[in-house]
Design a protein around this ligand. Structure first.
Ligand code: MYA
Length: 203
């Protein structure tokens, strides 16, 4: 069952440009300096795109207010956001009323050890997924503690599943667990303490 735990990716507008930017990031890391591409020309063309975007961007304050309107951060967060080129992006499904999961395949931009996911990237995916599991379960908060155990390398280039479950809510303290698995084997497990609090949205 697909649920509204992430913003839907639109085929046009900034979502389409972000999808293209993800391709560029992946292709650049893949190419390195041993490809046949004229990288000086590539840099000129990418800088021209950035110049155009910077020249037409709204003031930062205005954009921040816009970002936190409506769907809020699910459109721009760095894990699921269709507006954010550094998001893989993950697309969550509900497992039950307190548990969610997403399956994705990461590539070279997220590499740490050879052909393996960077440990900090795993932490990002888990922190966010635990946070969204809290939102799904009905009580969310800010990460106060996140404890990770890296059991084995998390592979690139093949499907991995990121899952999280809200375990308990005790006053403002929310305890949540999660894991990244590949081929059914745990690669990283996480335990999080979240404190129920709601930072003000930019206005
Ligand atoms: C359906 C879909 C929904 C989607 C939703 C969108 C999801 C988005 C997902 C995004 C996910 C991404 C998520 C992110 O990226 S969140 C960003 C990363 N986190 C932060 O930046 C948090 C920064 N820290 C703070 O803001 C404050 O310190 C917090 C809010 C955490 C607590 O400050 P606050 O002033 O409010 O609390 P308090 O001092 O009154 O303490 C209250 C109680 O808590 C206990 N305590 C506090 N800290 C700790 C600690 N470190 N270890 C153990 N215990 C701790 C404390 O002892 C006390 O217990 P007790 O004495 O009462 O027993």
């Amino acid at each position: 069952m697909t649920i509204d735990l992430h913003a839907e990716t639109r085929p046009t507008g900034v979502d389409a440009a972000v999808a293209a930017a993800r391709r560029v990031i992946d292709a650049l890391v893949r190419a390195g300096d041993i490809s046949g591409a004229d990288m000086a020309d590539v840099a000129d063309r990418l800088n021209a795109v950035a110049d155009d975007l910077e020249d037409t961007a709204p003031p930062l304050d205005e954009r921040l207010v816009d970002m936190w309107r409506g769907d809020g951060n699910t459109r721009h967060d760095p894990v699921t956001g269709p507006e954010n080129p550094i998001a893989p992006p993950l697309r969550y499904e509900a497992v039950d009323t307190r548990t969610i999961e997403a399956t994705t395949t990461l590539g070279l931009p997220h590499q740490g050890p050879p052909s393996s996911v960077h440990g900090g990237v795993s932490a990002l995916l888990l922190d966010h997924t635990l946070g969204v599991a809290n939102g799904w379960a009905g009580t969310s908060g800010m990460t106060a503690e996140l404890t990770l155990r890296y059991h084995r390398l998390t592979p690139l280039f093949e499907p991995i599943t990121v899952a999280a479950r809200q375990v308990s809510v005790d006053g403002r303290k929310i305890r949540t667990t999660g894991e990244i698995t590949a081929n059914g084997e745990p690669c990283v497990t996480a335990e999080g303490l979240f404190i129920a609090t709601y930072p003000p949205r930019p206005r």
